[in-house]
Design a protein around this ligand. Structure first.
Ligand SMILES: [Zn+2]
Length: 420
């Protein structure tokens, strides 16, 4: 089976590739790149005016499977992923039961392989039951297929356990990730600032985040264990990561598109659908994150796709935190390109090449390599609504809004897994 993607802008900054031309896929692999390729008997996809680049990698996704499949499951989550251009996603272990044993990790891998749309990698828990008391069996989780460990949703508060985790992770080449918010300082619902005073709602201060980011960077500096800060959102946290990167600590961080495009005032418009942890912050923090994208302190854009049912998203005080984001990551990232914050090449690094590297996954457009590709139209407008949404949930401030930039086709190892 041959697939010819014809006349697109083929873009892979890691190979210094930026060419308007054709790309041929045979037997799952990229077999030729060039101008006016003449290939008989190929399935042709006309890509004139579209971008062809390495498919995306999301290092932070909640698929709620096993245990909360009324919100999402491995199948609906995989469908959202490929519709968003992602062919590798790292799913968080805050499932029921938690992914704290090889058996649960193997369930995720086995079921996602049966679904067969994309690569779903499980993130194992750092502690048993994500309770922060006792380390899991890192070696067994690694052998079962977990490239990274986190208790996401719950921060790991015990510094001694975090130090042990980083030392062990260094030996096993695992990535340790943390949801950084000191649990004593993060009892409130939204950011400490203008909106919390206006609405009189209990807040969680940015210091909750900054304190744990600092601690984790310090521990990474001393242990040399790879530490990844999840959904970084505050200006000071970013400064801390920048400082420790300069000192040579193996730290990395991700930001969520919502923290890049919205500040706390979005809560006044979207209510509970704009509630997320860590919370949407001040405009000043958002501007700092944009700088962090430019200077390379931020390694990747991760969606933190966090589906919740409608009844779990009613009032700001009672709502579960989180937003869905797999299908909207591309248009949101393209917004940053249009605003001149990042280049298209940089976007490919943030959504694909950098997170791939962190997870040890191969990406790149090269003859002989597996065809993991996305074709998108940067100009196409569309709306996320009942018709287009593939998630079981609808919790996003972007519901019903016009989005610019759409995935047209996603290929995973040469197989067309999404075609709009
Ligand atoms: Zn989290």
């Amino acid at each position: 089976m041959k697939i010819l993607i014809r006349g697109g802008r083929i873009l892979d900054p890691s190979q210094n590739l930026d060419l308007v031309g054709d790309l041929l896929i045979e037997n799952g692999k990229i077999s030729a790149i060039g101008k006016n390729l003449n290939v008989p008997y190929a399935q042709v996809f006309e890509a004139k005016g579209f971008v062809v680049c390495p498919s995306f990698v999301d290092i932070h996704v909640h698929l709620r499977d096993p245990g909360q499949t009324y919100k999402e499951d491995l199948e609906s989550g995989s469908k959202c992923a490929v519709a968003g251009g992602f062919t590798t996603i790292l799913c968080m272990p805050n499932t029921k039961p938690a992914i704290d044993s090889p058996e649960v990790a193997e369930y995720v891998i086995r079921k996602s392989k049966q679904i067969g749309l994309c690569q779903v990698l499980p993130a194992g828990a750092i502690t048993k039951g994500r309770l922060g008391k006792e380390l899991t069996d890192f070696y067994a989780l690694k052998m079962a297929g977990c490239p990274a460990l986190t208790d996401d949703g719950a921060p790991l508060m015990d510094s001694r356990l975090m130090e042990m985790a980083l030392k062990l992770a260094r030996q096993l080449d695992l990535l340790i990730m943390n949801h950084c918010e000191d649990d004593k300082l993060s009892k409130g619902h939204i950011n400490e600032g203008y909106v919390s005073s206006l609405l009189g709602i209990a807040y969680r201060s940015p210091s909750a985040e900054d304190i744990l980011v600092a601690r984790d960077c310090i521990l990474s500096y001393y242990t040399k264990g790879r530490m990844h800060i999840q959904h970084l959102s505050s200006k000071l946290s970013l400064d801390i990561v920048r400082y420790f990167k300069e000192k040579g600590a193996p730290v990395s961080c991700e930001v969520n598109p919502y923290h890049l495009l919205f500040d706390e005032r979005e809560l006044l418009k979207s209510g509970a659908n704009a509630k997320v942890n860590p919370p949407l912050r001040r405009e000043e923090d958002r501007q700092a994150l944009l700088e962090g994208l430019k200077d390379g302190t931020i390694d990747c854009i991760a969606t933190d796709h966090a589906p919740h049912a409608k009844k779990e998203k009613t009032s700001l005080e009672s709502a579960m935190p989180g937003m869905i984001g797999l299908q909207t990551a591309l248009p949101m990232s393209l917004e940053l390109v249009r605003e001149g914050v990042i280049t298209l090449e940089k976007m490919v690094y943030l959504l694909s090449l950098n997170p791939a590297k962190l997870l040890g996954v191969e990406r790149g457009i090269k003859v002989g390599k597996p065809a993991n590709l996305v074709v998108f139209d940067p100009e196409r407008e569309w709306v996320l609504n009942e018709k287009t949404n593939l998630s079981k949930s609808q919790n996003t401030p972007l519901w019903g809004r016009v989005l610019k930039g759409k995935v047209l086709m996603t290929l995973w190892e040469g197989k067309i897994v999404y075609n709009s």
